[in-house]
Design a protein around this ligand. Structure first.
Ligand SMILES: [Zn+2]
Length: 216
């Protein structure tokens, strides 16, 4: 029988989760020879993956290869091959971005061609001249947009998007209130480096919660 090809089945966040779990195991292999400790770490990884990924037997067989990986060289090869199974961020064009931010008269667009859509859970870029930050995310197949001001000051703190302790900046959004000419301001610390932030995201819930919080 012909070998069945596996269709892309991992979200970008799923991919990051697998990468993080792999790193956790490699870290254990490098720091201990104690079999029980290693088994315990593998057990934790297994629980984490089972709870977050809903895999059919073929997909499971593919992911289970991580338990044979012992170092970063093997891990890099595996993660590269796994990219084939990642569902990228929804394809977006410059005109689509313009329509998402149609109130912005001088919208500065990001360099879409230099973005790796297989690595981002959300799309973001800054206009450094105006301190504007634009964020686009996907919810139920639809693109949603947020814009706000990003402070130039970078401090250590917890990011509201990925929940990691990192270098963060204050991001402030303004939402129209019920009464005309009233606004509600929301300020959140988020990662100054959005590439890193995206890499940290292994669960989209917090990103979606963040969006709900700053847009209502
Ligand atoms: Zn972050």
């Amino acid at each position: 029988m012909e070998k069945q090809t596996i269709q892309p089945f991992l979200s970008v966040a799923n991919y990051h989760l697998i990468e993080q779990q792999l790193n956790k195991m490699i870290n254990a292999y490098n720091t201990t020879k104690d079999k029980n400790v290693i088994l315990a770490v593998q057990g934790l990884v297994d629980t984490e993956l089972t709870e977050n990924l809903d895999l059919d037997p073929d997909q499971l067989k593919l992911i289970d290869q991580i338990y044979n990986i012992r170092d970063h060289t093997q891990s890099d090869v595996f993660l590269e091959s796994l990219k084939l199974y990642v569902i990228p961020f929804k394809a977006v064009t410059a005109s689509k971005l313009k329509s998402l931010f149609k109130k912005e008269k001088k919208l500065k667009l990001p360099k879409l061609e230099s973005m790796d859509f297989h690595q981002i859970c959300y799309l973001t870029w800054d206009d450094v001249s105006t301190h504007r930050k634009y964020i686009v995310l996907e919810q139920q197949g639809k693109l949603k947009a947020i814009k706000g001001n990003i402070d130039t000051n970078v401090i250590k703190g917890i990011c509201a998007v990925c929940n990691r302790h990192s270098d963060v900046s204050l991001f402030t959004t303004k939402v129209k209130g019920q009464v005309t000419d009233t606004f509600t301001k929301y300020s959140n610390y988020i990662c100054a480096d959005s590439k890193n932030c995206n890499k940290n995201i292994s669960d989209l819930q917090r990103l979606n919660d963040f969006f709900e919080r700053v847009t209502h």
